[in-house]
Design a protein around this ligand. Structure first.
Ligand SMILES: Cc1cc2nc3c(=O)[nH]c(=O)nc-3n(C[C@H](O)[C@H](O)[C@H](O)COP(=O)(O)O)c2cc1C
Length: 358
């Protein structure tokens, strides 16, 4: 008998794990150290309960919202995830089309297996952001930013939590290297060839001396709004906007960098309270359900990003699989909104959630 069709993100995750080889699976699924933060990202949502309101007209409930002024069908965007061709041959272009079909924005990784220009061409007119890693070779960084500006990217999300790669022990155990037949254009430019390399070597090409002054320079040098991705404290959120960022992404890189930091959803309230409207607040890490999205919005996020969920869809069925995951998340968000007595994401307030007493 055939396995039943996947109906939720967990089903896609199980199927993807069956399909992927141990090396790529460990790279995609794994986290740093003892993977405490990786697990906590998901489990932390279980420490919140929804407080739905009744007898609200939700006959026209919609998940649509705006991100940095751009309309999207739901407060769920596609997080930057590297080397997507390793999950499925459709890779980043398939993911871009899937996001466009679902009416939402994709953030393209600096470690994409397709150049920002070609990802843009795959889904013309769709909203998209570029995730920026700052390379030791400033020419590589500048080329990425120039390409984003030229090809209709709406924002740059500069990742600040990865001066070095986290201690990803699954990759050490499988001796994971990016397969020979897969090229990451920015990495190839940085080393002048497309030789295979480990993830640790790839991160070694990034500039660990990056500071707030560099953020200020980036903001000044680009007409695009800049988001700072990887903020976990109120202090850094304040510094980000003081140095010109349009907002922040509360993120621990999906538990892949510093193990032992707070789950993203637990770090979100202090950041949202600190900024109180000075810049947009996004979060990612552990979002697996429409109800998780509601919790994040109630705690101050404008939208969330999903990394692995969309990737599991891609691994299971290429562009179509990723589209199905995004569509099911949209359906779940829309239903959760309506059942909570909210006609739109803007109606969700802090009063719609409470933390479980421990
Ligand atoms: C396989 C993989 C590759 C990633 N690559 C990048 C990347 O290139 N740049 C980046 O800023 N974040 C990267 N991330 C982190 C994601 O953008 C995001 O923060 C994280 O996946 C969110 O957690 P989730 O997977 O639980 O949704 C990656 C995450 C995964 C799982």
């Amino acid at each position: 008998m055939n396995a039943p069709d996947p109906v939720n993100v967990a089903d896609f995750e199980r199927l993807a794990a069956e399909r992927l080889e141990p090396g790529p699976l460990g790279y995609f699924a794994g986290g740093a150290g003892d993977e405490r933060t990786l697990r906590d990202n998901v489990e932390a949502f279980g420490r919140w309960r929804l407080r739905p309101r009744m007898l609200v007209d939700v006959s026209k409930a919609s998940a649509a919202t705006t991100v940095l002024g751009c309309e999207v069908s739901m407060p769920v965007l596609v997080a930057p995830v590297a080397i997507q061709c390793m999950a499925h041959a459709d890779g980043e272009t398939g993911m871009a089309r899937a996001a466009a079909a679902a009416g939402t924005a994709m953030c393209v990784s600096s470690f994409s297996t397709t150049s920002p220009r070609d990802v843009a061409a795959a889904a013309e007119g769709a909203p998209r952001w570029l995730q920026l890693y700052c390379f030791r070779d400033e020419g590589v960084t500048r080329a990425l930013v120039d390409e984003a500006e030229e090809h209709g990217y709406g924002a740059i999300a500069v990742t600040v939590d990865a001066p070095f790669a986290g201690r990803r022990e699954r990759d050490l155990r499988t001796e994971f290297v990016v397969p020979e037949d897969i090229t990451v254009p920015a990495l190839a430019q940085a080393v002048g060839s497309d030789r295979p390399m480990t993830i640790f070597e790839a991160f070694g090409l990034l500039d660990p001396s990056l500071s707030w002054r560099d953020l200020e320079r980036l903001v000044a040098s680009s007409p695009l709004p800049v988001l700072v991705k990887g903020v976990l404290t109120s202090e850094d959120a304040r510094l980000a906007v003081e140095h010109g960022a349009a907002g922040v992404v509360v993120s621990n890189h999906g538990g892949r960098q510093l193990d032992g930091v707070a789950a993203s959803i637990d770090a979100l309230p202090e950041v949202a309270e600190e900024l109180g409207g000075d810049g947009e607040v996004y979060m990612d890490g552990g979002v697996r359900r429409g109800t998780d999205v509601l919790v994040a919005l109630a705690l101050g996020a404008r939208a969330v990003l999903v990394g692995r969920p969309a990737l599991w869809g891609l691994a299971c069925g290429g562009e179509e699989g990723a589209r199905r995951v995004l569509q099911l998340l949209r359906d779940e968000v829309q239903l959760a909104l309506a059942l909570s007595g909210c006609a739109s994401p803007a109606d969700i307030t802090r009063e719609h959630v409470q933390r479980v007493r421990s």
